[in-house]
Ligand binder design. Structure first.
Ligand code: SF4
Ligand code: SF4
Length: 114
């Protein structure tokens, strides 16, 4: 069992199966609370975002995330994770993973409606 990265969505592989581990965009996000550089914020839609310009690569958020969703880009030396395809959402498009999942396992929207 291992994760591959850096990817915006972590994948745990155990051949022949795999499980994608998504950021849960936690309401009281442990990653945000752990970031001394204040590089992590939550926008009005509840999306937890990393400001790459502020990230100092300390990895505290990676330790703090209970789901293993936060990953580290060794090349750029910054934390990376799913941003819910925020640019697509601005255009009223669903996140890319929702569109491509062939079995409709991934849903996007208000949890109460889902
Ligand atoms: S990276 Fe982890 S702790 Fe941070 S919002 Fe996502 S799931 Fe929650
Ligand atoms: S790696 Fe970056 S985002 Fe994560 S806690 Fe450190 S400064 Fe904050």
């Amino acid at each position: 069992m291992f994760g591959v990265g850096p990817r915006l969505v972590k994948v745990i592989e155990k051949a022949p199966d795999f499980i994608p581990i998504y950021c849960h965009h936690c309401e009281d996000a442990p990653c945000k609370n752990a970031c001394a550089a204040e590089a992590i914020s939550i926008n009005t839609q509840g999306i937890v975002l990393i400001d790459e310009a502020l990230c100092i690569g300390c990895k505290a958020c990676i330790e703090a995330c209970p789901f293993g969703a936060m990953q580290f880009d060794e090349g750029r030396e910054i934390a990376v994770k799913c941003d819910l395809c925020i640019e697509r959402l601005k255009g009223n498009d669903a996140p890319a993973c929702v569109l491509v999942c062939p079995t409709n396992c991934i849903l996007y929207g208000d949890m109460r409606e889902i």
